[in-house]
Design a protein around this ligand. Structure first.
Ligand SMILES: Nc1nc2c(c(=O)[nH]1)N[C@H]1C(S)=C(S)[C@@H](COP(=O)(O)OP(=O)(O)OC[C@H]3O[C@@H](n4cnc5c(=O)[nH]c(N)nc54)[C@H](O)[C@@H]3O)O[C@H]1N2
Ligand SMILES: Nc1nc2c(c(=O)[nH]1)N[C@H]1C(S)=C(S)[C@@H](COP(=O)(O)OP(=O)(O)OC[C@H]3O[C@@H](n4cnc5c(=O)[nH]c(N)nc54)[C@H](O)[C@@H]3O)O[C@H]1N2
Ligand SMILES: [Mo]
Length: 820
């Protein structure tokens, strides 16, 4: 193994091959600047959902580097490029350091007392005049558990509003919903250690290599070792995952359900069904088998535009698996019939009887680092602790816990999903919108509409962020927050691993931890319980954690066995962790299905095609014994299909080097340089037939808006365009002023539409037109070459490298563990 390598040029580093069932060998990654470290502070990464454990290096009160934690179950010492370099954004010169308040149309520097006073006055006035429905909260998947729980209690029992959701609605609402539909309750069934055991790995709409690079290193190490797993990739782009897969299906976007139904059809036809498992643990097999009876590979081949023979090969791979692990992410969750498709992946695992054992399971992945906590704490359009808002006993439990009347907790209807919150803000019924840890002026669909509603005089917006983002600059009050490294709290990754992330340095200027801001608001609002005591009785992160533990007790996400001390000592631990499972729980459902019974489940479910709610009575009749539900879904064509005017499909997504709207990665030199500007991907055949080439300046137009950028010709399927969604209005983050309206962000073009079941917006399916504005001037598109955006002709662009500033350390464990 080389000691130092350029981790921009080689994002996954060197291999440490291992065999099935062996523990993943350690590799210690580190990136340090300057000389000397005063102390190391434990943390976990905050630029994806993998939860890579690390220590933060501090010298003279500043962060100067990071190293992976070799003893942690998640990453065994490894770090990805964003983990290694992203911390530099903490020190950006344009951090928000004082509250800002809009006066006479301009944002002016202010102080905490004035800013919070304005927010509190406005809240009180609105409560008086219009009631709690006038107030909405739109939060994040990037704060800490302690913060979400405090926000959930504030919104639900303090204000009493139903309008609280996270940007997790754009991210993992479908993951949560798919788990609820199948298992009655949220909660990730599988574990990352299943990668160590599986013999077959199927990735559905998941570019793991770029979006969970450390988990991909684990897969690469298995692929490099003896008895490697066989891979199936379903993705219309030539991702690094596709390149390593035995079978790669590149369907038309929006056709996942057709494809999955054909795979299920083949499993039924060839009787690759674990009938004993299905009988013991599921309901609905007959309906599912009948539902897919006509879905032959030939039928799906016409819809998906992939050869029937390839669908058969994929089905054989799944049918022959003895230890099958599936993963699902945005190619499913943000695509047409999102929940319906995600549920079919659950069905696949259940039909094969592959759940709850080493190497067998499904990872309905998360995206954001702390999205799991938004969900558990009920800051996302669910009640805390995966409780069911339709179950009177669950609401009563919360009322008892918070010592408030049951009526104070809104449960007259489902909590309002984010897209509806923005609709209410547009229509004027929500008059105060408090946005924390998210940048909707870049990340929501149809940006022209979002800008207009955020600017409207009738809406008072509070934005709590680190930087003067596109959204912050449209706000009425801007609250400067402290972030990762500057505050203490816990968070939970996609495989239920909880990490403690401790404060390493002081926040800049007057910036304050989000928790302190929320506690300050609660204190100023003087929220009380039914006995007149403060509703929120805690004052710091440990206090909030303890309160959450009480709320989680006896629920699937039980945290009662955890403590900051234990997390400090042991690193990541998977929930549930309680008296019965003091070391945490590696896999859910190893002993049958545990939370689907009518009295314990989180939801009674929905019809997968229409989204119509299933009633409690219907659910009791359908699933009295609390088994997994095999739910069938009929394929329907995407809402927006290609036409003469818009002849191309358009999809959007990510690249390895950037995180979302780039507020951090755009302020990190190595990451910014690797992908410095917007581009458009097109397939080689499509480009040829249109006489287009690398570097041409093009315009992509949909019915909503346009984007201009340079063209990258790749091996993406012909007829499909791809836009990265990272680039907001400005070339240089931190440039202030309102910015031009439109022109660059992918979401200028995306549609206001969502999955009927999970209410997650559809970012992956639109129809577009492409026009050339100017021929190439000799410069290629600013897209990386190490990723799915690699040019079809390798000579078309110079390879992406990071140079001396991107050299990071990697070394094998000095004392490798003995092979068992
Ligand atoms: N580098 C990096 N890593 C990240 C993030 C980041 O911004 N940058 N963000 C984090 C977050 S919040 C999330 S949610 C995750 C997202 O992680 P991913 O879901 O892996 O990322 P995406 O690029 O959004 O989408 C994945 C793939 O879906 C494919 N796709 C598009 N349409 C369809 C379709 O209809 N069917 C199928 N089968 N595939 C389709 C695209 O070609 C794309 O390669 O990444 C997390 N990790
Ligand atoms: N077209 C298209 N659009 C998409 C997607 C797509 O694939 N295609 N993906 C969607 C998905 S999956 C996601 S998750 C969203 C992400 O969309 P956003 O959430 O809007 O993206 P971020 O850039 O991560 O915004 C997070 C904000 O929180 C701030 N922040 C970071 N840490 C802290 C903190 O500790 N405290 C506070 N107060 N603020 C903090 C950052 O500076 C940043 O402004 O985008 C969605 N939009
Ligand atoms: Mo996400």
């Amino acid at each position: 193994m080389r000691e130092r390598i350029d981790r921009i040029a080689e994002p996954w580093g060197d291999r440490t091959p291992y065999r099935p069932g062996q523990p993943w060998p350690v590799r210690r990654d580190a990136y340090l600047t300057g000389d000397g470290v005063d102390r190391w502070v434990p943390a976990a990464s905050l630029l994806h959902s993998n939860g890579d454990a690390m220590d933060v290096a501090v010298r003279d009160g500043r962060i100067v580097g990071v190293r992976g934690r070799a003893d942690d179950r998640v990453n065994r010492g490894r770090l990805g490029p964003k983990d290694l370099f992203g911390w530099q954004a903490n020190h950006a010169r344009d951090r928000l350091t004082v509250p800002l308040v809009r006066r006479g149309g301009e944002l002016e520097e202010s102080d905490w007392d004035t800013a919070m006073g304005l927010v509190v006055d406005r809240t009180e006035h609105l409560l008086e005049e219009h009631g709690p429905g006038a107030i909405g909260f739109y939060t994040s998947g990037q704060l800490f558990l302690e913060e979400y729980y405090t926000l959930a209690v504030t919104a639900r029992a303090g204000i009493g509003t139903n309008h609280l959701d996270g940007n997790t609605r754009l991210c993992t609402a479908t993951a949560a919903e798919a788990l609820k539909e199948t298992f009655g309750c949220d909660g990730q069934p599988a574990s990352y250690t299943d990668v160590d055991h599986c013999d077959t790995l199927a990735l559905f709409g998941h570019n793991m290599a770029e979006t969970q690079p450390v988990l991909w290193m684990r897969v690469l190490d298995r692929l490099a070792g003896p008895e490697p797993p066989r891979l199936l990739c379903v993705d219309p782009r030539p991702t690094p995952v596709a390149a390593r897969s035995e079978v790669h299906l590149a369907p038309r976007t929006g056709t996942n359900v057709a494809l999955l139904n054909a795979l299920l059809h083949e499993l039924v036809r060839t009787d690759r069904i674990d009938h004993a498992y299905v009988r013991a643990h599921t309901v609905g097999y007959q309906e599912l088998a009948a539902g897919v009876a006509k879905c032959t590979p030939q039928w799906a081949a016409r819809i998906c535009d992939v050869p029937a023979r390839e669908i058969q090969r994929a089905a054989e791979l799944l049918g022959e698996a003895r230890k099958l692990l599936s993963t699902v992410l945005q190619g499913v969750y943000q695509s047409h019939q999102a929940t319906a498709a995600a549920v079919q992946v659950n069905n696949l695992q259940l039909l094969r009887g592959m759940l709850g054992r080493p190497g067998c399971g499904v990872l309905q992945m998360n995206g954001q680092p702390t999205a799991e906590n938004t969900r558990e704490c009920g800051a996302d359009g669910d009640l805390p602790g995966f409780r069911n808002w339709e179950n009177a006993a669950h609401v009563a439990e919360l009322a008892k816990l918070w010592n408030v009347e049951e009526e104070r907790i809104p449960h007259y209807g489902a909590p309002t999903p984010a897209m509806q919150i923005f609709r209410y803000a547009e229509q004027g019924s929500i008059k105060l919108l408090w946005i924390s840890g998210t940048n909707p002026a870049v990340s929501l669909p149809e940006l022209a509409r979002i800008r207009e509603l955020l600017r409207s005089k009738g809406l008072f917006t509070v934005v709590q962020d680190l930087y003067p983002t596109e959204t912050a600059l449209l706000a009425d009050v801007v609250l400067p927050a402290a972030t990762w490294g500057e505050k203490t709290g816990t968070f939970t990754n996609a495989d239920r691993t909880v990490h403690l992330c401790e404060q390493a340095v002081q926040p800049p200027g007057q910036a304050r931890p989000d928790l302190d801001i929320l506690l300050d608001y609660a204190r100023r609002m003087d929220f009380r319980d039914r006995d007149g005591a403060p509703l929120i009785g805690w004052h710091d992160a440990p206090g909030a954690f303890a309160a959450w533990q009480r709320c989680s007790a006896g629920r699937p996400c039980d945290y009662t066995g955890l403590s900051y001390e234990l997390l400090r000592e042991r690193g990541g631990i998977q929930w549930p962790c309680d008296a019965e499972h003091p070391d945490g729980t590696e896999r859910l459902y190893s002993d049958g299905i545990s939370w689907a019974a009518p009295d314990t489940c989180e939801t009674y479910g929905r019809d997968l095609v229409t989204g119509a709610a299933v009633s409690e009575t219907e659910y009791r009749a359908l699933n009295p014994g609390g088994r997994a539900v095999l739910k069938a879904a009929e394929y329907l064509p995407p809402h927006e299909d290609v036409s003469a005017e818009y002849p191309l499909q358009l999809t959007t997504g990510r690249t390895l080097y950037h995180f979302h709207t780039r507020t951090k990665t755009g302020r990190t030199p190595q990451l910014d340089a690797a992908a410095p500007g917007m581009w458009v991907e097109i397939g080689a055949g499509e480009a040829r037939s249109r006489g287009l080439g690398e570097g041409d300046l093009v315009e992509v137009a949909t019915a909503r808006g346009t984007v201009r950028a340079r063209l990258r010709v790749t091996a993406i399927r012909d007829g499909l365009l791809f836009l990265p969604f990272h680039y907001g209005y400005w070339d240089t983050p931190g440039r202030t002023g309102p910015g031009p309206d439109g022109g660059r962000a992918a979401n200028e073009t995306t549609v206001t539409d969502w999955d009927p079941v999970s209410k997650q917006p559809l970012y992956k399916t639109a129809a577009a037109r492409l026009t050339r504005i100017a021929p190439a001037d000799g410069t290629p598109a600013p897209a990386p070459t190490t990723t799915a955006s690699a040019p079809a002709d390798p000579a078309a662009a110079p390879p992406t490298t990071g140079g001396p500033d991107a050299l990071a350390d990697q070394r094998p464990d000095p004392a490798p563990e003995a092979t068992p």
